[in-house]
Design a protein. Structure first.
Length: 140
């Protein structure tokens, strides 16, 4: 019994995680979510470029379903999706040491919105490119 009381006393004296520590942990989880959205579409960067080449080649040879103008438009969209990913990656700050936990949360929420736009652009461009080329790859 005395051991139980001693154990309870020691546990009660342990500092509980502060609200700042909790916010830091929440921010790390949010950062992981942002990176996960990025990681979901990053493997498709090479496919975007391959689809662009195929769309343009098919239009030039007259084998594809798109006119030259439609192929150019799709090629532009595939390039924009590719470039959007790298533009997002260049501006993403991995370290946020100079920011308060609240500023980090705001920054990461903003980054989540941005990376979701990039994700959507890539997903849409892949779908259109696959449809135009008859690619049998599964949708991302």
């Amino acid at each position: 019994m005395a051991f139980g009381v001693l154990l309870m006393s020691v546990w009660a004296c342990q500092p509980q995680a502060s609200s700042e520590e909790k916010k830091i942990a929440e921010n790390e989880a949010l950062r992981d979510e942002v990176i996960a959205v990025h990681d979901e579409v990053m493997p498709y960067m090479d496919e975007l470029k391959a689809l662009k080449r195929k769309v343009l080649a098919d239009a030039e040879s007259g084998e594809g379903p798109l006119s030259a103008e439609e192929a150019e438009d799709l090629a532009t969209e595939l390039d924009a999706a590719f470039d959007g990913m790298f533009a997002w990656m260049r501006q993403f700050k991995v370290k946020n040491d100079e920011m308060s936990p609240e500023e980090v949360e705001e920054y990461l929420n903003d980054q989540m919105a941005k990376v979701r736009v990039v994700h959507e652009q890539i997903t849409r461009a892949l779908q259109k490119g696959r449809e135009a080329t008859g690619s049998d790859k599964a949708n991302s």
